[in-house]
Write a protein that binds this ligand. Sequence first.
Ligand SMILES: NC(=O)c1ccc[n+]([C@@H]2O[C@H](COP(=O)([O-])OP(=O)(O)OC[C@H]3O[C@@H](n4cnc5c(N)ncnc54)[C@H](OP(=O)(O)O)[C@@H]3O)[C@@H](O)[C@H]2O)c1
Length: 264
Amino acid sequence: MADEALKTWAGKWALITGASAGIGLEFAKLLAAGGTNLVLTARRVDRLQKLAAELSAQHRVQVEVFSADLVRPEAPVEIFKFTAGKNIEVELLINNAGFGAFGYAYEIPVEKMLEMIQVNCSAVVHLTRLYLPEMVARKHGDILILASLASFQAVPFNSVYAATKAFDLLFAEGVAEEVLEFGVRVCALCPGSTTTEFQQVAEQPDRVFKSSETAEKVARVGLEALAAGKSYVISGFMNRLMKEGQRLAPRRYVTRTAAKMMRP
Ligand SMILES: NC(=O)c1ccc[n+]([C@@H]2O[C@H](COP(=O)([O-])OP(=O)(O)OC[C@H]3O[C@@H](n4cnc5c(N)ncnc54)[C@H](OP(=O)(O)O)[C@@H]3O)[C@@H](O)[C@H]2O)c1
């Protein structure tokens, strides 16, 4: 890309949730290289502090760290108070934190399912709602929301996860249209299989994922799309092809095919 796109937020502040691993960590690296100051949040604060020290030394950007567990409904307000307390104007909000849980919906602990909805959906809505008014008032600001290729169809044995990602996509696209006239951009990034800690956290078998993309590539695609004013982007040619293919096939067929791929 377009290292130009990376410089879109130079000298400004970006807030990244889930910056301790995977795609979130790559957003942090790319944005720091483009001169963006960062607020990094996740639960594993030791990782965030190490990353903050590396990025501020390498790129001479300011990096703040805030430990937050997005399972807790209060966490978004705590993050917002942290940035407000430091007079940080968040120009770019990246709602990246998320997780999945692989298995039969009747076996996955219900607490885990509800926590997934809290982290993947409620926290995304809450953080967006907290930062959006000031973006609208000043007539600029950007929000990136991590959706997925799973946003476009049901995924058996990942049913709750796919439903949360469908929510994220539709939420992002809807709000993108609402705030366009105020100079605020919102984009949903839809990756396919990406090499991160996600599969391990979701306890997903390796065989499901064959042709993964790198987290660095996916993060670049997301930032580039946001800078270009797109309301959603699918990372990877094969993933785009797959999405178009499934649109033409009967929904039941698409779901059955996914079930065959995913079955434990
Ligand atoms: N990897 C894929 O194949 C793929 C495909 C499509 C979409 N995505 C989406 O991409 C996003 C990033 O996932 P990833 O692949 O980079 O996974 P990852 O390597 O497991 O990273 C997930 C990040 O989310 C954070 N997180 C998880 N639960 C959290 C909680 N309760 N509170 C705060 N932070 C939490 C983790 O930090 P801590 O554990 O330190 O809290 C970590 O930084 C997710 O929204 C995921 O749905 C991933």
